[in-house]
Design a protein around this ligand. Sequence first.
Ligand SMILES: [Zn+2]
Length: 407
Amino acid sequence: MFGTTDDNALSCFLSPSMTVTKKHEPADVRINNRMMVFGQIFSSCPMSRAQIGRKTGLSRVAACEVVSDMLDKHFLMENGYEQPTRPGKKGTLVSVDDQYWNVIVLDLSMPFLLQAAVMNLRGEIVTRVEKSFDKITAITPETVIALAESLLDGASHILGFGVAVPGIVDEDGVVVETANFGWKNVPLRKMFQQHFGKFCTVDNDANSALIGERFCGAGRATGIFVQIAVGVGAALLIDDSLVLGIHHAAGEIGHVVVDPDGPQCTCGKRGCLETFISAANLRRRINENPLDRTTILQEAGRSLGHVLAPSVSLLDLDDIFVYGSKDIVDDIFLGATEYAINAEAASTLQNHSIRVQQCSCGNDIVLRGESIAVVQAVLRNANEYKRVPPVGLEPTTQDLKGLCSAN
Ligand SMILES: [Zn+2]
């Protein structure tokens, strides 16, 4: 793994497949350097080339080469001069270019509501639209594409599209299953790329949110992110590598059985975690028994902690972020989760405790994370990228070189 030992630095930019067991080609090193520099500048911009070299461990020559290339492609921009600490030439500062490229991102994680936005490369919203639906099954791939199309006039120099979906997404951007909408094997990436002629990423919404928390919030290089919404999902980051799973279903904890004699779940089993802690189920129970709110949320928090504890022990994790509406994911819920995990997973031989906290990015976390996922995919732009688009549509090195002139 390249990068610094500073756990808070976005040193390797969430590269999922740069393992130490594989011989790296020169192109791999260039990709990794590009992603590492972008991640470093994203977290600490603006920086001089010398600072970038020191932070990333790149030689001065290599840092200058990467920065020059990324300036040419409008991923970075020059941004004033550093304050001199001694007589001599002042270094030029560079930062992420938030002026040139736009990314169009769609968040499908909310029930009955589609959210979409034009974003810049810093994961900031330029313009946004929302569309609500009476029936969740009315949300179709065609309605999603139509909403994206409505944003075209507000975007310039479109780098690509990103869609965050509450379901299982494979390496080709096919939505294998999303129970909420009733979609099965929908080739969403291919549909977007054919419709718009631009690169597109499609990701599980919990993974998008985790990327958002890592880049724009308090997330560190290793941790678990739990999302409590229509269902319950999780995402896992290990040394800044997103764990996708052999069947693209890593983090699908919602159907882990907590109580075999519990309520019937939509999956056919009884007592799944989702039947206890999904937002809809908790709201219903609280509405029926408002005086028992504290007890209900404590039980829910303990159930989540019980399901997470083995993974926390197995992987020696100490950071867990939970995203969900604040009427559910409050201090009572989080405190009960943290207590259960520490009671079940923390060893008396260790002198640290496991923290469970509300994510810090707010309601736009999925949009922000997915916009960064698009940038990350374009920067990776090579055969190392697991989620390769359909043949003929993937961005090649030539495409990347032409990105600046094509828009
Ligand atoms: Zn289930």
